[in-house]
Design a protein around this ligand. Structure first.
Ligand code: NAP
Length: 309
């Protein structure tokens, strides 16, 4: 087997610890070789406070996984590509759509891999849902994505800042699935974004999308859900009702369960990253990010009561 990809994690926070490190540990083709984070470290792994320090001191790194908040992601990606490293971007790939353009150009110049990951697309029922819907007539889609910000983002101030996405941080996961499984492109028609009076990012969003044949695609995102969490995509088709639930781990057709599997999204992400590097390719799909940008452009703002984290 070829030498493993020597990877540095940049931003050792919740997602890096919960998902990236276990997936890397389970993949022989990739080896965690360094960490860059202002404070956090792992015993036995070389640690640097910043990516610049890491790049200066550890030239034997092949690739970086950028697991920071989105606001700083594109600057870090530019520095890593300039230093000749392959780059894995956590979702969302940036805080704006256009900041990805120079990064894509840099991959062409350097021949390095840029992988804008959408972890929800690697959930086990997503590909079966895409295959089922290919060639079907879609009548309507209802997306319900409601989760508890205090559980998934404990104490994270960045999520409420400009570029932090607020409820679009989870909502973009739903959009990453819907853009993957629906056979036709769609676009935002209406958006109502609820901003807590003390926050710069929305806590809830009601969205209406459509395709060019007028098929309604409704999405309701809410960050205030306590108790059971809801991550459902309900698609009415000419061949019955397809229900994708639990964030893409369950799929039912007219009530009959087709897929019910534990999620292993990040192992799929790292297998794909290794494959992209080995074949000299990049994978950057900005459709989910574009939908969020469009929702902000078109959105009507509604002030709601202050929210304390
Ligand atoms: P987090 O717990 O706040 O972790 C972010 C880490 O990045 C922190 O340790 C932070 O350090 C560090 N950091 C900030 N700026 C940095 C920089 N310039 N260089 C190096 N490190 C830097 O956030 P998270 O929940 O892991 O989320 C990170 C990303 O993963 C987000 O884009 C999120 O959408 C995505 N994600 C999160 C989840 C989830 O369930 N939480 C799930 C899937 C994807 P300080 O705290 O010291 O600033």
């Amino acid at each position: 087997m070829a030498n493993p990809v020597r990877l540095a994690i940049v931003g050792l926070g919740k997602i890096a610890r919960d998902r990236h490190i276990p997936a890397i540990s389970a993949n022989e083709a990739i080896k965690l070789a360094a960490i860059a984070d202002p404070n956090a470290s792992i015993e036995g792994i070389p640690h640097f406070s910043t990516l610049d320090e890491l790049l200066a001191a550890a030239p034997d790194i092949d690739a970086v996984a950028l697991c920071t908040p989105p606001q700083v992601r594109s600057g870090l990606a530019a520095a890593a590509l300039k230093a000749g490293k392959h780059v894995l971007l956590e979702k969302p790939p940036g805080a704006t759509v256009s900041e990805l353009t120079p990064l894509i150009a840099a991959t062409k110049r350097t021949g390095r891999t840029l992988f804008a990951t959408w972890h929800s697309r690697f959930a086990p029922a997503v590909e079966p849902a895409r295959a089922f819907l290919a060639g079907r007539r879609i009548k309507s889609v209802v997306v319900t994505w409601k989760e508890d910000v205090r559980v998934w983002h404990p104490g994270q101030a960045w999520i409420w800042e400009p570029g932090g996405f607020g409820v679009f941080d989870p909502g973009i996961n739903a959009l990453s699935i819907v853009t993957q499984i629906l056979p036709r492109p769609f676009f935002v028609k209406q958006a109502e974004l609820s901003f807590p009076q003390n926050r710069a990012a929305p806590i809830a969003a009601d969205l209406v999308f459509s395709d060019d044949e007028g098929v309604p695609i409704l999405a309701e995102f809410d960050f205030r859900q306590t108790g059971p969490q809801t991550w459902d995509i309900d698609v009415e088709t000419d061949a019955g009702r397809l229900m994708l639930s639990y964030g893409g781990s369950r799929l039912a057709h007219d009530g009959r369960m087709l897929v019910d599997e534990k999620k292993s999204e990040y192992s799929g992400i790292y297998r794909r990253f290794v494959e992209l590097i080995a074949t000299g390719q990049s994978d950057v799909d900005l459709a989910p990010l574009q939908h969020v940008a469009d929702a902000f452009m078109l959105g009507r703002r509604r002030d709601v009561e202050p929210f304390e984290v």
